[in-house]
Design a protein around this ligand. Structure first.
Ligand code: FUL
Ligand code: CA
Length: 697
């Protein structure tokens, strides 16, 4: 008895010792730094694009704009910061200087700055006002300083590198802690350059001596991560359209002319989108996109604000894939985030809160196929404790493993959230989720990467238990969190399209109401019954109403009907890329000019005289950039023989952000014919265009 007792006590001591000394798993692969970990934690923040462009209706200023143009009439940093915070964002990055070179703070480096503007009689400092409001409301601050400067005469020389670094030093010493420094990839090209008005090419890799520029940032702000196309802290996701790849690995091996060193170089779209499962460095992706088509405010985009549902989709396709999301909210000419943007953000936040405020996994029991050393330190309780420092993991030799989550009762859900314990590296390479149904497991979700966060969202599932399987892992996996949610089901919005005769047709399976004056449809708006004649074009908004509920609003803007139009001239070679494709009102089809043909003009006969107000151009809507028109001339004529140049210019940022370009004419012009000339195209000897349209008075 005595001996038996002793043995038992011994065993207990041994066992409890064992639970005490179970070592955590050995880290795997490249690991995040402290500042990257802090960055992962922020997840969602605002991009604020504000400068002279806001007042010139441009996306890229040329650099010759007068500082006098910068004059927000009711600038309110707190409104901007609170619009971000109320949407759930935890930080904000401001364009302290964009490509046009105008500095939003009183810099000593150039005259081209806010002190020369009428704003607060030249005594203003937008950077300071934004930073102060961020500190007051608990948002982290980031700085965007464009390496390209189209204003300064020194651009392209070593002198400019000194100026650029001094600007960086001012921003990183005078405004407190910064969490991220944003270096844009757009660099070199035509510009004002102190009056030279010329093209200046620089070598993207060597000109800025990035190694030492990065060093300067690290010295001044040791906790900041550096964003650029290829890191070193954070990489671009490869598109501005608002999504990330699936999978999207935090690990990455840059492949540039720079060798595989992190830093500035060329982005390869697919690599940036997906990252590399076995990449050499921890360079996680940041998804950047704007709440509107453009990065700067344009009145003509007031109706093109991403809908709350579109923002929710964006959330799942960026944060839900483990990337951070930087969402641009461009202040308008008053210096405020526009009402339409705020309304959309508010509804978006309501949907996110309705989904995530309730975690259906709380109260469930979780059983793991293996727990590391059977230790309570790594138990499945850690998955529900909302503490990112505790995690579940397995014994070293166990990689394929599973977790069964049993709910107290039948549970309805359509969202699952999983998180890895990333301080030990990205360790899960494959996962799947099954539900218990008709006495067997049925798989309904699977993927590869998890990382900082992985959100699955799909059709409604009803079950009393699910099984999360780790199907592939190079080493023992870790998870810090599992939660299960129900996003309230929404009424499907109506679909608007235009018929071949120029009419509007709206379809849905409920009662449709619509407006033509830009206002939100209400219970009092006109009911849609028959096709709506819409020759002149304009904006139509519609919404489905059902039992006191309503769907999201569908907004469509159409140019003048093209059904009478004839193409008079446009070279074209390939089948399915004929010139008629650019007036078929179909965004997916496009015209491609003949490679051997130098003349890339398009001449169109309207069939009657129109009073032209503006024209619009839609580039090809795929990720292929070759043939996109970057510079144009637009002519009008009454007889098809005598032409007048109505407008010429560049489509700025069209390569990274291939959205519809709307160009206003200086006056209303009567014309029966137009000629559109592709003056410069990107990386091809042919031009490509998906649609050409006009807006009339
Ligand atoms: C791009 C820039 O050229 C745009 O103007 C904008 O700032 C966007 C965030 O990055 O590359
Ligand atoms: Ca088309």
């Amino acid at each position: 008895m005595k001996i038996k007792g002793l043995v038992t006590i011994g065993l207990i001591i041994l066992l409890s010792c064992k639970t005490e000394i179970v070592e955590p798993p050995v880290p795997f692969g490249p690991l995040p730094t402290e500042s990257q970990l802090a960055w992962h934690d922020i997840e969602f923040y605002a991009f604020i694009h504000l400068t002279i462009n806001t007042f010139t209706d441009k996306e890229w200023g040329f650099g010759d704009e007068s500082p006098e143009l910068f004059n927000p009439t009711a600038f309110d940093a707190e409104q901007i910061v609170l619009s971000s915070k109320n949407a759930g964002m935890k930080g904000l990055i401001l364009t302290a200087k964009h490509h046009d070179g105008f500095c939003l703070w009183p810099t000593k480096t150039t005259e081209h700055n806010i002190t020369k503007s009428p704003y607060k009689d030249g005594k203003g400092d937008i950077v300071k006002e934004i930073v102060d409001a961020c500190r007051k409301h608990g948002l982290k601050v980031g700085m965007y300083l464009s390496p390209w400067d189209r204003n300064t005469a020194t651009y392209g020389t070593q002198e400019y590198i000194k100026i650029f670094r001094t600007q960086l030093t001012e921003l990183l010493t005078n405004y407190g802690d910064v969490f991220e420094v944003w270096f844009d990839g757009a660099n070199g090209g035509s510009g004002y350059y102190g009056g030279a008005n010329e093209e200046r090419k620089i070598d993207r890799l060597s000109y800025y001596d990035w190694e030492n520029t990065f060093k300067l940032v690290h010295e001044l702000q040791p906790n900041a991560v550096i964003f650029s196309d290829l890191g070193p802290g954070v990489r671009w996701v490869g598109t501005e359209a608002g999504y990330s790849g699936d999978p999207c690995w935090h690990r990455y091996t840059p492949h540039g002319r720079n060798g595989n060193k992190p830093g500035i170089g060329e982005t390869m779209y697919l690599e940036a989108l997906n990252g590399h499962r076995e990449g050499d460095f921890w360079i996680p992706a940041e998804t950047n996109t704007s709440i509107r088509p453009g990065w700067f405010y344009h009145k003509h985009e007031d109706d093109k604000v991403k809908s709350p549902e579109r923002l929710v989709k964006l959330y799942y396709e960026s944060i839900g894939h483990g990337t951070n999301l930087i969402l641009n909210l461009p202040p308008d000419r008053r210096g405020l985030v526009h009402e339409n943007d705020v309304a959309s953000l508010t509804k978006f936040k309501e949907i996110i809160d309705a989904t995530f405020s309730k975690d259906l996994a709380q109260g469930a029991s979780i059983k793991a196929s293996n727990v590391r050393g059977n230790s309570s330190r790594y138990s499945t309780d850690n998955l529900l404790d909302k503490n990112q420092q505790t995690y579940w993991t397995t014994d070293d030799d166990i990689t394929v493993s599973n977790l069964i989550v049993e709910f107290p009762k039948e549970t309805e859900f359509n969202v699952i959230n999983l998180r890895e314990y990333i301080p030990l590296g990205q360790r899960i390479w494959g996962w799947a989720i099954d539900k218990w149904e008709d006495n067997s497991w049925k798989e309904f979700a699977k993927g590869e990467s998890i990382g900082n966060r992985r959100l699955w969202k799909g059709g409604l599932q009803i079950t009393n238990k699910i099984r999360i399987r780790i199907t592939e892992a190079p080493v023992c996996p870790t998870l810090t969190e599992i939660s299960v949610h129900l996003e309230p089901v929404q009424l499907a919005p109506p679909i608007i399209h235009r018929t071949a005769t120029g009419n509007i047709k709206i379809t849905s399976n409920g009662l449709i109401r619509f407006t033509l004056d830009g206002s939100e449809p209400t219970e009092q708006s006109a009911i849609y019954e028959n096709e709506i004649p819409f020759e002149k074009g304009g904006t139509i908004k519609s919404k489905v109403f059902y039992k006191g509920e309503s769907s999201e609003t569908t907004t469509s803007t159409f140019t003048h009907s093209k059904n009478l139009w004839k193409i008079m001239e446009a070279s074209s070679s390939e089948k399915n890329r004929e010139a008629t494709k650019l007036i078929d009102d179909n965004k997916q089809t496009f015209w491609q000019s003949h490679e051997q043909d130098k003349n890339k003009d398009i001449v169109i006969d309207f069939g009657k005289i129109l009073n032209l107000k503006s024209f619009s151009v839609l580039p090809r809507q795929t990720e292929m950039k070759n043939g996109i028109i970057t510079h144009y001339e637009f002519y009008t004529s009454l007889d098809g023989e005598n032409w007048k140049l109505a407008k010429a210019g560049e489509f700025s940022n069209i390569i990274n952000n291939p959205i519809e370009q709307v160009v206003s004419l200086d006056t209303i012009i009567k014309a029966k014919f137009i000629k559109f000339k592709a003056v410069k195209v990107f990386d091809a000897n042919y031009a490509i265009l998906a649609e050409l349209g006009v807006m009339v008075d």
